[in-house]
Design a protein around this ligand. Structure first.
Ligand code: ATP
Ligand code: MG
Length: 646
């Protein structure tokens, strides 16, 4: 038995899976870890049978580090596996329950969804899209984003979904990088009751790039738009006479399924390439295992399709498992702060998958909001996107999971395509703040600079030691950057995740955060995320962003940007209290030089704090590209507050 086995868990203190949950769980035999570890290729091969293939593979894996191919020679179609395969048993089962911000509800059965997707696939073919052409999708969370993605997959055209809230400029960069000729967008959509004029953003953004041949515009909000003759067409018009059946294209395992640009938390976005066979096997399997999906579950992943989570765990994983999923268009506080809990109550959601930034926001708003609703249908809750601090984990477990739901804290990345480190909810004893163990079939470790495993309790770099089916194949158009970024740290065959981590005595993984977010104070190295987690554990603090400011004497000094909980007053006393609190909990060297109160922090659209921007502000430098920020106005406000201190 290897170290991934959880035989040792008998003695671990933490949260055991509730007995009846464990008894009924899809995965409830801890042996799965040992079997997968002894022979990962057989493990993946066995799970590949959960997917329907036109032709089975000749070999499971071809590994020429750092290049990998999976299920070589296999032929399949991802859309077929999400829709057609469900027709036999689930034709009239609801696939999507969509709720608009305004309260509109639309539902699609599997049969209806297949018809819509096939019609749209024919529209795409009609505009000249061929197998291999990259189609850009720039839609908010409406059913059409899923329809468009699956239609692309059906005809073998890789999709590149650009987050709807990004600027037209960010859109244009990505269209240009992908050399995409067709764009799918909408007139506008509602955010906190106000219109976002999506089509206008498109017109402004692409004016200069001039690459597009066709823009297909879904009429959603009803705002006025201008249509360019010969280029722009309405979705409803081209769909009117479209044939509602379309043969799926036979795709090779290694044909590109989609391109996904990373969020750009750390700089220029990279086009991450995912292929078809390995990705479908990996997402299908992990969705079933981690979320314990059963036939009558109502599953809600709050991620946007503009992120990898929206690809793997809202579209491909859940639909290929025949799940009923909930999709919500709007903000969590519209019309009020109980919107999520209202949705859970009305649609009887059983599984919720969301992000730490949302959970911390709910904490800030307080438990009275979920308490207004019956959310007792929930049986499993998950988290992804950032380290979840133990306080937020416990709050989530108690107030949303009502103390009875297993919590799955899932670590993974755009590049990994699938969840890599996570509890299996029927087996794993969880510890608040730890993503626990690598998934069966995944070999992860914490290494030092030279590539040696570090002892328990010590910080190091998170690494993946063996290939896995949904691993990134390349950075689009830039193989060099692919090798340089992910493979060159050690030996060209160990994957460098870019995150810091440590393991405890039980072998559990604790993700610290990005390695480039490390502050060096008088020779000590402090992880920003670790520091923030301490500040957030103070009862007055809702969120914190911590960065280093260059200092002649000490290398760097610590600047902490802090958002307080609702109802807490800003004061100098609180500043000194927080300063002592940090020093007491981390060490005297960790005394923040400045604490700056702010109502908001610079965040990516997926809710992560953009520390490179905070760092530029603290150091009086140009923050660079801020077009992917949720609210670029925050930057000016923080600059002002920081300048007063200098
Ligand atoms: P970019 O790579 O463009 O800078 P990004 O890393 O934020 O952006 P994603 O691929 O969406 O883009 O996010 C993956 C990262 O999110 C991980 O590398 C890790 O830093 C963080 N992360 C995700 N899930 C977890 C988790 N459960 N615990 C800790 N960190 C997590
Ligand atoms: Mg990243």
């Amino acid at each position: 038995m290897g170290e991934n086995t959880d035989q040792s868990q008998k003695n671990i203190t933490g949260f055991r899976p509730p007995e009846d949950f464990a008894r009924n769980a899809i995965v409830n035999d801890p042996d799965i870890y040992g079997r997968a570890e002894d022979d990962p290729e057989s493990f993946w091969e066995e799970n590949a049978n959960g997917i329907e293939w036109y032709r089975k593979w000749d070999n499971v894996l071809e590994w020429e580090p750092p290049l990998s191919k999976w299920f070589i020679g296999g032929k399949l179609n991802a859309c077929y596996n999400c829709l057609d395969v469900n027709l036999k048993q689930r034709a009239d089962k609801t696939a999507i329950i969509w709720e608009g911000e305004s309260g509109d509800i639309r539902k699609y059965t599997y049969k209806e969804l297949l018809e819509e997707v096939s019609s749209f696939a024919n529209v795409l073919k009609g505009t000249g899209v061929k197998k291999g052409d990259i189609v850009t999708i720039y839609l908010p969370m409406i059913p059409e984003v899923v329809i468009a993605m699956l239609a692309c997959a059906r005809i073998g055209a890789p999709h590149s979904v650009v987050f709807a809230a990004f600027s037209g400029e960010s859109l244009a960069t990505r269209i240009g990088n992908a050399n995409s000729k067709v764009l799918i967008t909408c007139d506008g959509y509602s955010r906190r009751g106000k219109v976002v004029e999506q089509k206008n953003k498109v017109d402004e953004g692409i004016r200069s790039c001039g690459l597009l041949d066709k823009v297909i515009v879904m009429k959603h909000y009803g705002n006025d738009v201008s249509m360019t003759e010969g280029r722009d067409v309405w979705w409803h018009e081209v769909m009117k006479d479209s044939e509602s059946s379309c043969e799926p294209e036979v795709m090779d395992s290694e044909d590109m399924l989609f391109l996904m640009y990373t969020s750009g938390t750390t700089g220029k976005p990279k086009g991450i390439v995912h292929t078809t066979g390995g990705y479908m096997v990996a997402t299908h399997t992990t969705t079933k295992f981690v979320f314990d999906l059963k036939e009558d579950d109502i599953y809600w992943c709050t991620a946007d399709c503009g992120w990898i989570t929206g690809h793997s765990y809202l579209v491909y994983g859940p639909l290929s498992n025949g799940t009923t999923l909930v999709m919500y268009e709007g903000a969590p506080d519209y019309p009020d702060k109980d919107r999520y809990w209202d949705i859970i109550e009305r649609h009887k959601v059983t599984i919720l998958y969301t992000a730490p930034t949302a959970i911390r926001t709910f904490m800030k708003w307080g438990p009275s909001w979920p308490q207004m609703h019956d959310i007792s249908t929930l049986r499993l809750i998950g988290s992804v996107g950032e380290p979840i601090n133990p306080g937020a984990w416990l709050w989530y477990h108690e107030n949303i999971g009502l103390g009875k739901c297993p919590v799955v804290d899932t670590w993974w990345q755009t590049e990994t395509g699938m969840i890599m480190i996570s509890p299996l909810p029927g087996i794993t004893t969880t510890k608040p703040g730890s993503a626990t163990m690598p998934m069966p079939g995944i070999k992860a470790a914490v290494l030092d600079e030279k590539g040696n495993e570090v002892p328990p309790g010590q910080d190091g770099y998170l690494a993946i030691l063996k290939p896995w089916p949904s691993m990134v194949r390349t950075v689009f158009g830039n193989e060099e950057r692919f090798i340089e970024t992910y493979w060159s740290k050690w030996d060209n065959k160990t994957y460098f995740a870019g995150d810091g981590a440590k393991r405890d005595e039980d072998g559990y993984f604790w993700i610290i955060g990005r390695v480039d977010d490390v502050i060096k104070v008088s020779g000590h190295r402090i992880g920003s995320a670790e520091f923030e987690s301490i500040l957030v554990s103070h009862p007055s603090v809702a969120e914190a962003g911590v960065v280093g400011k260059e200092d002649e004497l000490r290398g760097e000094v610590i600047y902490s940007y802090v958002t307080l909980k609702s109802g807490v007053e800003e004061s100098d006393e609180l500043k000194s209290e927080l300063t002592s609190y940090a020093a007491k909990n981390i060490g005297p060297f960790a005394r923040p030089k400045q604490i700056i109160f702010s109502d908001d922090l610079p965040k990516t659209r997926s809710g992560k704090i953009m520390r490179r921007v905070l760092k530029a502000i603290a150091n009086n430098k140009d923050p660079g590209d801020v077009t992917t920020l949720q609210d670029p106005a925050v930057v000016e406000n923080l600059k002002e507050k920081t300048r007063i201190l200098d």
